[in-house]
Write a protein that binds this ligand. Sequence first.
Ligand SMILES: NC(=O)C1=CN([C@@H]2O[C@H](COP(=O)(O)OP(=O)(O)OC[C@H]3O[C@@H](n4cnc5c(N)ncnc54)[C@H](OP(=O)(O)O)[C@@H]3O)[C@@H](O)[C@H]2O)C=CC1
Ligand SMILES: CC(=O)N[C@@H](CCC(=O)OP(=O)(O)O)C(=O)O
Length: 347
Amino acid sequence: MIKVGIVGGTGYTGVELLRLLANHPGAEVVAVTSRKEAGMKVAEMFPSLRGRVDVAFTTPDESDLKQCDVVFFATPHGVAMAQARELLEAGVKVIDLAADFRLKDPAVFAKWYAMEHSCTDLLAEAVYGLPEVNREAIKAARLIGMAGCYPTSVQLGLLPLLEGGKQYIDTQTLIADCKSGVSGAGRKAEVGTLFAEAGDNFKAYGVKGHRHSPEIEQGLSTIHGAPVKLTFVPHLTPMIRGIHSTIYARIQPEGRDVDYQQLFEQRFAAEPFVDVLPAGSCPETRSVRGANTARIAVHRPNNGDLLIILVVEDNLVKGASGQAVQVMNLMFDQPENAGLDIVPLLP
Ligand SMILES: NC(=O)C1=CN([C@@H]2O[C@H](COP(=O)(O)OP(=O)(O)OC[C@H]3O[C@@H](n4cnc5c(N)ncnc54)[C@H](OP(=O)(O)O)[C@@H]3O)[C@@H](O)[C@H]2O)C=CC1
Ligand SMILES: CC(=O)N[C@@H](CCC(=O)OP(=O)(O)O)C(=O)O
């Protein structure tokens, strides 16, 4: 059994890790931290886990995380980078769901996260946690910076069009118009996510600049092998789970004769967690609720020069904890779908 520790077990991604790992045949959660709820049984706080998770929260200081084979950080930005070195030196693998190990340039990290990076050597070593792009590197890694929720959807939507230096689309004018459910903002109390503020309401935010822009551009540029520019506008929608990304790309002369439906179907045919919908479809966020699946549809209206790619995912699953379990499975040579064989919840 893989011995698992979770730092930040009371937040939305932490409890989602607990839910998924409760069904994992090869992993056992041996430590879960919370500073505020230390001493309380996990299942007392989250009755959905009664009979499935039999551990209590401990403070991060009390928790013997070094006895684990892997520790997930489901914490705010800046927490993992303060603790990763000690764990790695003790032979523990580290999977960070925050952004501490995503951005390769420490100056870019400092600009967007308003803090200096405290271990740039580990940043250089860390592997980006997006299996459809980095599967082999993930298998060999001991430190993972998981892809962000919006960045996962946008990179999957553009992967077949950009990888291998393809010149099918204009890589300098891409637009990603993205919507997220409120759980994307985490479980902490904030006015903007109160029911009376976020319910029956719809708004864009971060239009001047969002910290996922540099992450998406870094990822797309790596996939393409040359700089890619993208305008990213996130929106908050009155739903709990789910991300819907609508991506616009201009087709270049080299891409005029490409069958995009076939390109997407072929690229993702062997991917266990990416589903390309039949031509003409529009994916719904509820079709992936609770599951580690991204569903994608590609449209080319009137066979013109505009491609519209629609991507849906559950921000807490493929956008965070499910993808983190997928990554753990790769790192520990488990079946990639262990603990993740889930039918989405309807309605
Ligand atoms: N929500 C989402 O959809 C996604 C979130 N993420 C990222 O995952 C991370 C967690 O997000 P989310 O679960 O939503 O956040 P929450 O705010 O819901 O939970 C944060 C957790 O971290 C713990 N925590 C807070 N500060 C510290 C600290 N200094 N040391 C140790 N533990 C701490 C909290 O417990 P306590 O205070 O009791 O210790 C709590 O359990 C974030 O970095 C977020 O950006 C990534 C993808 C999607
Ligand atoms: C709706 C909402 O507020 N979403 C968050 C993004 C989700 C998140 O936690 O960001 P990471 O994926 O980088 O960890 C935001 O825009 O800040």
